[in-house]
Design a protein around this ligand. Structure first.
Ligand SMILES: [Zn+2]
Length: 491
């Protein structure tokens, strides 16, 4: 234990000395140091300067990321220096650090790569991967994350590599860093982001609108092919979706695309605080399904993260996001207007032929993990409802407003609230009633969303130039005219 004391005082000396001479932002409550061993075990040390008296609870990993209930299996050799005491709960994912008088504590632990431990796609998507030529981990799977009793306490963090992997790294939270200098910032920004690197990883930087975009690829045999396609796609889509949301911020955004290692799956991915990581199979990242998935996921940066309804209303976060993804792909000319029609007809066919299409809204989430059609229900129901509502707003306003006007109004409303405010059903109805009659939207929500009755389309629900016919009780959309006008942005 004396050794620990010595270690603490040495560390304190090392860390406190620069604090006297350096800028104030270089103080950090969580000072992390990382070292990768030759056998790909990551050694992590943490000097924690407590922000609350007596004790702080830390979590490791995020079980809400699918398939991560045993994520702590990769964390081992956790030690805390005396006089700090550590208590792990039964899952060993939650740790309570106790200390006298806010005295700094020194903690060490190791993380090993457990992604091949029968974890399939979710393992490759979320779990740390430490290989000779590849490093990948989300912040919550690298760093112990403090959970404070008072919500308004925010920790600062520093991240320093003592022994980095032998290739440049990419920090989702600090794209220019490359892992070569100490990062100082907010702990939340790091926890909900990621660090990745590979011997064959390349970072392409571009200015998009007022924002900086980074496309991060692992070059395979078809590297330059992916580079041109991914850059072209990202520039067009990111510009388009920023316009859609009237985004004027200069925040950077990163699109990371890595080939899957062993999993046979078309594409999947997960958003992080300022970007999206997609993992795909095959040589090219660019086919129809991949294009749509990428765009849907980038869309969640605004609809799903920036603007969201609670989880039982996934018809909004997922379904509206699907609809405006089709729409924005057409506006940015990444798909043709005929393709938009084809995609909507695909949604109609899959929804109206589904055995679970009448499921009431309050049963959707309860059945969500039964997968299959239950899993797709909120996407399909929501995108069909979004199409219907878009038509009603356009008809009511004489084509001066559309679904974008409604979403921007909802975003304004959300911005008036602090913290993680989610839009309520009343908010949705009240805001929609600025664009269509209140009774119409109330009845429609009750019938088509709450009760889950599929919309029976008639042509008088639609703008001139749009028609829907029924074939075997499945709606078939035909956009005969005005396609060009439909796909221009309206405020
Ligand atoms: Zn989604």
């Amino acid at each position: 234990m004396n050794i620990f004391f010595t270690r603490i005082s040495k560390l304190l000396f090392i860390f406190l000395l620069p604090a006297i001479t350096c800028l104030p932002q270089q103080h950090a409550n969580l000072k992390y140091e990382l070292s990768m061993s030759a056998n790909n075990i990551l050694h992590v040390s943490l000097l924690y300067s407590p922000l609350e008296d007596d004790s702080t609870v830390f979590t490791y990993g995020e079980p809400r990321f699918g398939g991560q209930n045993d994520i702590q299996a990769g964390l081992s050799n956790l030690n805390i220096s005396f006089p700090g005491i550590i208590k792990a709960d039964s899952t060993k994912r939650i740790f309570t650090m106790s200390y006298p008088k806010r005295q700094p504590v020194f903690i060490e632990y190791e993380i090993t790569d457990t992604h091949e431990n029968g974890t399939g796609l979710r393992g490759e998507l979320f779990r740390p991967i430490f290989q000779n030529e590849y490093f990948y981990s989300h912040g919550v799977n690298l760093f112990l994350n403090p959970v404070f009793k008072k919500e308004n306490i925010k920790a600062s963090i520093s991240v320093t590599w003592i022994k980095p992997p032998p290739f440049p790294l990419f920090y989702g939270f600090d794209p220019e860093n490359k892992g070569q200098k100490t990062f100082y910032g907010k702990a939340d920004d790091v926890m909900f982001s990621l660090i990745t690197g590979a011997a064959n990883q390349h970072v392409y930087k571009m200015t998009i609108d007022h924002s900086t975009g980074y496309v991060v690829l692992r070059e395979t045999g078809s590297g330059p092919f992916n580079k041109n396609l991914a850059e072209d796609y990202f520039k067009k889509y990111f510009t388009g979706i920023r316009k859609f949301w009237n985004a004027t911020d200069s925040n950077f955004f990163s699109l990371i695309l890595h080939p899957l290692l062993k999993v046979n799956h078309n594409i999947s991915g997960v958003a992080f605080s300022n970007g999206f990581i997609g993992k795909y199979k095959s040589d090219t990242v660019y086919n129809n399904a991949q294009l749509f998935t990428l765009s849907h996921e980038i869309g969640h940066h605004w609809l799903g993260h920036g603007l969201s309804m609670e989880i039982k209303n996934q018809w909004f976060d997922e379904g509206f996001n699907d609809y405006i993804t089709f729409y924005n792909l057409a506006v940015t000319q990444l798909i043709t207007t005929d393709k938009f029609q084809e995609e909507m007809n695909n949604v109609f066919r899959l929804h109206y032929s589904s055995a679970v299409k009448n499921t009431p809204n309050d049963s959707v989430f309860l059945n969500y993990w039964k997968m299959g059609d239950y899993n797709k229900l909120p996407y399909r129901r929501g995108s069909i409802f979004a199409f219907w509502l878009d038509q009603q707003i356009r008809k009511t306003s004489g084509n001066k407003k559309n679904i974008r006007s409604l979403l921007l109004a909802l975003l304004q409303l959300r911005k008036k609230h602090q913290g993680d405010y989610v839009v309520t059903m009343d908010d949705f109805i009240n805001t929609s009633s600025k664009f269509v009659q209140k009774e119409l939207i109330k009845d429609a929500i009750n019938k088509y969303i709450i009760s889950g009755v599929p919309i029976q389309f008639t042509n008088d629900m639609l703008l001139p130039g749009f028609s829907i016919t029924y074939k075997n009780e499945i709606p078939v959309l035909n956009m005969t005219a005005q396609k060009k006008y439909f796909f221009s942005l309206i405020n």
